[in-house]
Design a protein around this ligand. Structure first.
Ligand code: PLP
Length: 464
């Protein structure tokens, strides 16, 4: 019994059809609805009995093709929800090559570790970190954060007396508290420091919290700065945080999921110099750098500390000088996963094919578009801003004189259900905001005009 096709020509024909359908989807990404919920009939074709006998490749191809319209919608230019990257057609090719090779990138001597190391070296260069910086390509910033904080924790535990405590801003993404939980540090030992009017971590409140904890016998070990907070894009004063961490002998981690990548552009570069001072940095390729899901990165300045936190290879994983068990870089020495796919390939190919200059231009254009949207909101007597726009996120609301939160939430749902646009919501200063995130290389200014017109129209309908 083999799982190879009985007829390779028929397989080739089906695979070509799948490729054509995928390319057609992307070539027409600017058209049609943004989000289309999966119809019940389509759901029923998924929720079937456990298949005992298989189907033909052609039947499978047809079914896979039938799923194409029902994704999140983030390939569309009017997808503005959460922080989703758009991806790029070029991702198809690397994914096909990776699937054909089917490598296990956990270690050994083959193409994947060489590619991964190169991507890590380019990443360190983009972020201004030293060439010897260590790292790993991971699923996303959540995993990158767990890895980084484990290294920080292990280092701090060496001389610990007292419970370890860390500090971050109230605007930090929930993945930081989750990492504290997973690593056994305890969520309660992550201090959420208040923010200033720009929603950046308040530096004097941070200093006071560290002093208070020290006096109470805790051991402050970590500061987590944010480069681009998820709610509205705030960038903490990273240079000051790096100074405090250095002064106090603490680890400085940066959550730069999307914001740190703006370092390659012009508009936000000056506010991101502190990224280069991180002991560890988590960021994503799948957000503002437009690599197809999923691809994130952790960078760790101290390679020895990184290795010490994860490397524990028993006899069956022993390396050798020669043969397939050779190779200088085994990913398993730097993270919790042994078996892993060839994520680094699509990142490497994406950077090679598009070049940093094009990716930087997308980032700068999105920042300009967020400011353009802010101007549209300010020009409308029906709308009001709910936060400053430091980066690529614009948070505003329709001015209702009753049920303002519920009605703004209703506007967002109607936009999504109508297929016109997909913003998301968040709460800022206790108010429900329509939140427009721009990490989308397909968005045009006309898409933002259309969004604002639709918000004002739906808001008007809800007023009556
Ligand atoms: C600032 C920030 N940190 C962390 C994350 C989590 O990243 P991921 O979804 O790649 O795990 C996000 C996701 O949007 C984010 O915006």
């Amino acid at each position: 019994m083999t799982l190879d096709p009985k007829d390779w020509d028929a397989f080739r024909a089906s695979a070509h059809k799948m490729l054509d359908a995928s390319i057609d989807k992307l070539a027409n990404a600017n058209e049609g609805r943004v989000w289309t919920p999966l119809p019940e009939a389509e759901k029923a074709t998924i929720q079937a009995d456990l298949p005992i006998q298989g189907k033909s490749t052609d039947e499978m191809q047809k079914q896979l093709q039938s799923f194409l319209p029902y994704g999140v919608g983030n390939t569309h230019p009017r997808f503005f929800g959460w922080v989703h990257g758009t991806g790029a057609p070029s991702g198809l090719m690397a994914e096909i090559a990776a699937a054909a090779m089917n490598v296990n990138a956990g270690g050994r001597d083959h193409v994947a570790p060489v590619v991964e190391r190169q991507v890590l070296a380019w990443s360190a260069e983009m972020m201004g970190m030293p060439a010897a910086t260590s790292g790993l390509i991971v699923s996303g910033t959540s995993m990158a954060t767990i890895i980084a904080l484990k290294v920080a924790r292990d280092q701090a535990m060496q001389g610990a007396n007292g419970a370890l405590v860390g500090y971050t801003s109230e605007q930090t993404h929930s993945c930081v508290a989750q990492a504290f939980d997973i690593l056994g540090l305890g969520r309660e030992h992550l201090r959420k420091i208040t923010c200033n009017a720009a929603l950046e971590m308040d530096i004097s409140a941070l200093k006071a919290a560290i002093a208070k904890d020290k006096a109470a016998g805790f051991m402050p070990f970590l500061i987590v700065g944010t480069a681009g907070a998820v709610n509205m894009g705030a960038i903490d004063d990273l240079e000051s945080l790096a100074d405090i961490a250095a002064d106090q002998g603490m680890w400085f981690h940066i959550d730069g999921a999307f914001g740190a990548t703006a370092k390659i552009g012009q508009h936000a570069r000056a506010r991101l110099t502190g990224v280069a001072r991180a002991d560890s940095l988590a960021f994503d390729f799948h957000k503002w750098l437009q690599v197809n899901y999923e691809a994130g990165c952790v960078l760790i300045r101290d390679e020895a500390a990184h290795r010490a936190a994860f490397s524990d290879r028993p006899e069956y994983l022993r390396g050798s000088e020669r043969g397939l068990a050779g190779g200088a870089f085994w990913a398993v020495d730097y993270g919790p996963e042994l078996s892993r796919g060839f994520r680094a390939l699509k990142v490497w190919a994406h950077l090679k094919e598009h070049g940093v200059a094009a990716l930087a231009a997308v980032i700068d254009r999105n920042i300009e578009q967020a400011q353009y949207l802010e101007r549209l909101v300010k020009a409308s007597d029906k709308l009001e801003m709910l936060a400053p726009v430091p980066l690529n996120i614009c948070c505003f609301r329709y001015k209702f004189d009753r049920d303002c939160d519920a009605l703004n939430e209703e506007i967002v749902v109607r936009l999504q259900e109508s297929g016109i646009a997909v913003p998301s919501t968040t709460v800022l200063g206790g108010h429900m905001a329509i939140r427009v995130n721009l990490t989308n290389h397909r968005t045009r200014e006309s898409d933002l005009d259309m969004l604002v017109e639709a918000v004002v129209r739906i808001g008007g309908e809800l007023e009556t």
